[in-house]
Design a protein around this ligand. Structure first.
Ligand code: C2O
Ligand code: CU
Ligand code: CU
Length: 492
């Protein structure tokens, strides 16, 4: 496909589209109440529920219905809860016109259960899933993972949060009343056309740099408002965006505590007032709302690589001056406080009982993963592909072979921009970023790490995956993944 200069400038403007600037957002606040997703509780056995991919028309913009897809509902999916030590069963059906999968992002399960690109459910089909749950309590997610269609399918709604509970872990004392003081937040950015339709059309720079939206959705609603009790509230935040990196902060600058990352609880709460969350990463934070109402904001995402400067940057600035000039902090959602409701939990423990203890063997191998952006301008004109170690994702090629239970050092390097690197089937430890040691007690166990330069990871997979249903490693900017910045590995 050839790309005209005009199309290029239009899409260059879109890639840097800044969500409603804060000045404007003030007037726009007072949006809908935060939707609290239904819970699909798979613990305790019982029947085998169905979770069908389905399409619908959903009113996201007021007065306009957009085409959406979801799992078991019209848009997005329920919060699924599973218990460690059990086997979770569900029937994954497909009522949409193309194959989908359900990938259990960061579940420690075999490749045959993982729901990656080799496990599609065809239109009209059903896959009977049985997942053996053996990992620490954590906030995960699930999403479709069809080869070269993950970006569009997740964008239109095939994603949801997954919570693993561990009945045998010591009680951390954290807030845990779902929807009251333990609230899931699936944060995503979307573009809407004038008719209020969600629009996914990556091309040129928006394909190269990842597709970013100009509206922020939380649990499927635009900049919603949550009503919370006047005390400690736990927020489980998933960055379910295709490409956008958030730099969260509260409007009044209040300090909050991070209590969990991708792989579960941190050993102790970490105080902070800003938090960066890359695509597919999750955090749990505890916020004290006895300090009153506030808004959750984000600083703009500047991860554009070479688009930020030089000729491209110039063209993009020309295309959308106000977005660049002071495309400042924007609103994600707001919080109103209900003073008549007391928060059930009033103090945050100094150490978090039940936090997982990392168990890695001595590393026996060293592997390198160079994430390649490819041919620059050629790709922007619509051609080219992305790669890892010079090889674009090929469903028929196994790129790495691991041995179950053996620890390894993975050295990941990136070029041109920061990339969120993800590994299936396990949680890893980040050892260094750009040569600097990383403190485990601050990051916890991870399955996605934002790499801008180099990272060393301690990786150990304790499950199996054969060449028919291997695990994936990839960049979680979904446009990059779909363009081939992904590889496959077996574990024997
Ligand atoms: Cu969240 Cu391979 O994916
Ligand atoms: Cu995954
Ligand atoms: Cu990438």
């Amino acid at each position: 496909m050839r790309f005209s200069r005009r199309q290029f400038i239009n899409s260059a403007a879109a890639v840097i589209a800044t969500p409603a600037l804060i000045g404007r957002a003030i007037a726009a606040t007072g949006g809908r109440d935060l939707p609290i997703p239904d819970v699909l509780d798979l613990s305790g056995g019982g029947g085998v529920p169905a979770l069908d991919a389905m399409a619908a028309r959903t009113e996201i913009m007021d007065g306009a219905k957009s085409v959406t897809v979801g799992y078991g509902q019209g848009f997005l999916g329920p919060v699924i809860r599973m218990k460690r030590g059990e086997t979770a069963r569900l029937n994954l059906g497909n009522r949409i016109k193309e194959p989908v999968t359900v990938h259990w992002h960061e579940m420690h399960i075999d490749g045959a259960q993982d729901g990656g690109p080799h496990s599609p459910v065809d239109t009209g089909g059903v896959l009977e899933a049985a997942l053996d749950i053996d990992q620490p309590a954590a906030t995960l997610w699930y999403h479709s993972h069809i080869h070269q269609r993950t970006g569009i399918q997740v964008y239109y709604g095939l994603a949801g949060m997954l919570i693993i509970d561990d009945p045998d872990a010591a009680d951390s004392g954290l807030p845990q009343t779902y929807g009251v003081d333990d609230i899931p937040l699936v944060v995503q950015d979307r573009i809407f056309d004038r008719g209020g339709q969600m629009l996914y059309a990556p091309q040129g720079p928006t394909r190269m740099m990842g597709y970013r939206g100009s509206e922020i959705l939380v649990n499927g609603a635009i900049r919603p408002r949550a009503i919370v009790p006047a005390g400690l509230v736990r927020l489980r935040i998933l960055n379910g965006s295709n490409a956008r990196i958030y730099h969260f902060t509260f409007e009044d600058g209040r300090v909050f505590h991070q209590v969990a990352s991708d792989g579960g609880l941190l050993p102790m709460p970490v105080a902070m007032n800003t938090l960066t969350l890359a695509p597919a990463e999750r955090v749990e934070i505890v916020v004290d709302f006895s300090a009153g109402a506030t808004r959750l904001l984000s600083a703009p995402d500047t991860n554009m690589g070479m688009m930020g400067g030089g000729m491209m940057g110039g063209m993009m600035r020309g295309a959308s001056p106000e977005a660049v000039a002071d495309g400042g902090v924007f609103e994600v959602m707001s919080f109103a406080v209900d003073n008549s409701r007391k928060a059930p939990v009033t103090t945050l423990a100094k150490t978090l009982a039940g936090a997982p203890i990392p168990e890695f063997g001595e590393p026996v191998r060293h592997r390198r993963f160079a994430l390649n952006m490819g041919m620059g301008m050629g790709m922007m004109r619509g051609g080219g592909s992305m790669a890892i170690n010079g090889k674009s994702m090929d469903m028929a090629v196994i790129n790495q072979e691991l041995k179950s239970g053996e620890a390894e050092i993975w050295e990941v390097s990136t070029e041109m921009m920061a990339h969120p690197f993800h590994v299936h089937g396990t949680s890893f430890q980040v050892l260094t970023l750009n040569g600097r040691k990383v403190d485990y007690t601050k990051t916890g166990l991870k399955d996605v790490v934002l790499v801008d330069g180099t990272a060393e990871l301690l990786v150990q997979v304790n499950r199996k995956a054969d060449a028919k249903q291997p695990f994936m490693f990839h960049c979680h900017i979904l446009e990059h993944e779909d363009m081939g910045m992904m590889g496959q590995f077996t574990v024997s």
